[in-house]
Design a protein around this ligand. Sequence first.
Ligand SMILES: [Zn+2]
Ligand SMILES: [Zn+2]
Length: 387
Amino acid sequence: MPVLNRIAGYAAEMKAWRRHLHAHPELGFECHATAAYITERLREIGVDEIHTGIASTGIVAIIDGQGPGPTIGLRADMDALPIEETSGVAHASTVPGRAHSCGHDGHVTMLLGAAKYLAETRRFAGRVALIFQPAEEDGGGGEVMVKEGIMDRFGISQVYGIHNAPNVPFGKFITTPGPIMAAVDTAWVRLRGRGGHGATPHETVDPIIAAVGMIGALQSIVSRNTSAIDSLVISVTQIHSGTASNIIPEEAWFCATIRSFTPAVRDLAERRFRELINGHASAYGVVAELVYERGYPPTVNHAEETEFAASVAREVSGETLVDARADREMGAEDFSYMLEARPGAYLFLGTGPGAGLHHAAFDFNDDAAPVGASFFATLVERAQPLA
Ligand SMILES: [Zn+2]
Ligand SMILES: [Zn+2]
């Protein structure tokens, strides 16, 4: 793997950073110790400006290159997940019920490694904006940073992000122009009927049978209302009702996640969801309360910037370890808000075999951090070459 020589020299230091972050995971916007640790490292590295307190615990740091030029944004997410780690590694989470099971500790480390290289070498024009973002998993820290104006405030002209990908060959970069990750919406449905004895259902309004009818009907949105060419996922992921085998309950409750790529399919899914819930509610005689919440938009890569990022990835990992026309994924990512604000691209970086993302046994592969750092560093030097 042709990691930049200088960055290969930081590998041990990067591993120490990554393992410290891994042992001290924080959630959502509350990444206070993580932000403090990143700030300390940025001071040691000698970046030119450090702006903290953006989206609560987010940071934007600036490295000045040589001479005038644009500002390129590089983004790493910082937050962990509410999960009990079972990896058994020496640097496992020290916080009960929290773990870096999505590898954002690795993303921060990649960006710090690139920052160290760029601050030492400065072989680029213009400036680099290092974006450390909280609350990717839940809360949309990316949206908050954009709303707080980081793109205009720091004059960012384009923006790039990487996510690690376990069980993809080590060092392989995966991306695609256009939508790469889905929009995610969530629906909560509460049904009120009339409870009673399980032996006399005719004297009740059974919310369970209504819920089952609705959940069955919701499957027809994908199979009967959406073109086979389009992508849509509707998964009912929770259902709760009842207390005993001989009681028909008063209420039932379920929720669903809805994943799509285009505004037209997204709108269709919501419209049909509402029609099916309301139609079935009147048919079954229950009262339905539906809360339908739009979440992260689709993550849409810009064609030109994606091709540019792929060319840099080929430089780092070689022709055979870059797939620039990969299948899109139904997962979601709040880097989408940054790509709505500025052109750029999002890539996955293979980290080899291991537990999957969001698995309790997951641990980021430290060997991948210098690869990601080399990618970011080369991206800057190619995007903003010296005159
Ligand atoms: Zn995640
Ligand atoms: Zn993640």
